[in-house]
Design a binder for this molecule. Structure first.
Ligand code: AFP
Length: 364
């Protein structure tokens, strides 16, 4: 018989936020519970799939000019409505909209700005592969006035909370309020009742192992990567016979939430580096609602998250939808990748690998 006491999200938040003044703790707790409730609703729609009309393209495009899926739009609508109703949220911004929203009722007095990617990994929806929601909670820096875009452009280290929800075989929320990282599992049976969704703490003090033999990168972009990343991956692939003297395994889900969740559970490295495909874009992932919240989670779990040379949490975004290179995960490996970026002899080391593809061995 399992005698471990059941801890629900509300109680876990009370413990996590006990160091804050009571009014701030209540405001942040209610904001996070609102996000959790919205994500439980998204989980229901995602799980119903085609039965909920959630598959296929919507007839619209997002802030980046990318085609939107129906579930992108549904998830965005659910979260946006939740933010509009939350008295502590002064404004919010979403991947799906070019400009941030100001709360009609709470724009002046709300304490927080919330930024989210409502449905990350949406190319996976119809394939029934895990997708997720990523969110970041920032302080409203000019309380007493309504927030403009500038108010959102804060470095990740200002976040008061960040998290993601993974819609997989089970729905899991991974959350930090800057007091470590905790995992909560959605009790789906609670969705059949009248009350709020029930999120149960299923792992406290999540820690990312410092060492790993697993990495994730979209290898089809190899020819565009920056050299330190070329070197790092080539060394991993060289395995036991290469300079690392050990074999590595490679993964790619094309859903950042799923990749980060794997790293949270067993370590690893995830890379979407700067590449030369479109030199004006500094990578694929978006700083404010992908890189920054994931960086806070990873750092709070003992891992590291960088853009190659700098910790991602230090980077101050210039625009809401700014892209940024992302390399995150087990600390030893990320330290190594950073050292490759700093190595003035990097080009010399790279000669070892320069002439061969990652997958085609040179002729004897
Ligand atoms: P979408 O949400 O537009 O599908 O993008 C997902 C994502 O931003 C991130 O979750 C993945 O790591 C990455 O894109 C996958 O990109 P590739 O197309 O290179 O696999």
């Amino acid at each position: 018989m399992n005698t471990t006491p059941v801890v629900e999200l509300t109680e876990a938040l009370a413990l996590n936020l006990s160091g804050l003044p009571a009014d701030a703790a209540q405001a942040l707790s209610e904001t996070l519970l609102t996000i959790a409730q919205a994500c439980a609703a998204i989980s229901e729609v995602a799980a119903q799939g085609a039965l909920a009309g959630a598959h296929g393209l919507a007839s619209s495009s997002n802030s980046q000019g990318e085609d939107q899926k129906k579930l992108d739009v549904m998830a965005d609508d659910v979260l946006s409505a939740a933010m509009a109703a939350c008295p502590h949220v002064a404004g919010w911004a979403s991947e799906e909209h070019e400009m941030p929203f100001v709360s009609d009722e709470h724009g002046n007095q709300g304490r927080y700005l919330v930024v989210f990617d409502p449905l990350d990994g949406s190319s996976n929806i119809e394939a029934n592969i895990s997708v997720g929601t990523i969110f970041s909670v920032l302080p409203h820096p000019y309380r007493g006035t309504t927030p403009g875009e500038m108010g959102f452009l804060q470095p990740g280290q200002q976040q008061v909370a960040a998290g993601y929800v993974l819609y997989g075989p089970c729905t899991v929320m991974v959350l930090t309020c800057r007091q470590g990282v905790q995992m909560f599992t959605l009790d789906r049976s609670s969705l059949r009742g009248e009350g709020p969704a029930r999120w149960v703490l299923t792992q406290s003090e999540v820690r990312i192992p410092v060492a790993t033999r697993e990495f994730a990168i979209n290898a089809s972009n190899q020819r565009f990567w920056e050299k330190p990343v070329q070197r790092y991956v080539a060394e991993c692939i060289a395995g036991e016979s290469g300079p690392r003297h050990k074999d590595f395994n490679m993964r790619w889900v094309a859903s950042m939430v799923a990749e980060v969740h794997r790293i949270m559970t067993r370590g690893g490295v995830f890379m979407y580096p700067r590449d030369e495909r479109e030199p004006r874009k500094a990578g694929r992932l978006r700083h404010m609602y992908e890189a920054s919240p994931m960086a806070l989670l990873v750092e709070q779990a003992g891992g590291r998250a960088v853009n190659g040379t700098h910790d991602l949490l230090e980077v101050v975004p210039d625009t809401l939808h700014q892209r940024v290179p992302v390399l995150l995960g087990s600390k030893e490996e990320i330290d190594r990748i950073v050292s490759y970026h700093a190595d003035p002899h990097e080009n010399v080391s790279w000669q070892l690998f320069k002439t061969r593809s990652l997958f085609v061995q040179p002729q004897a």
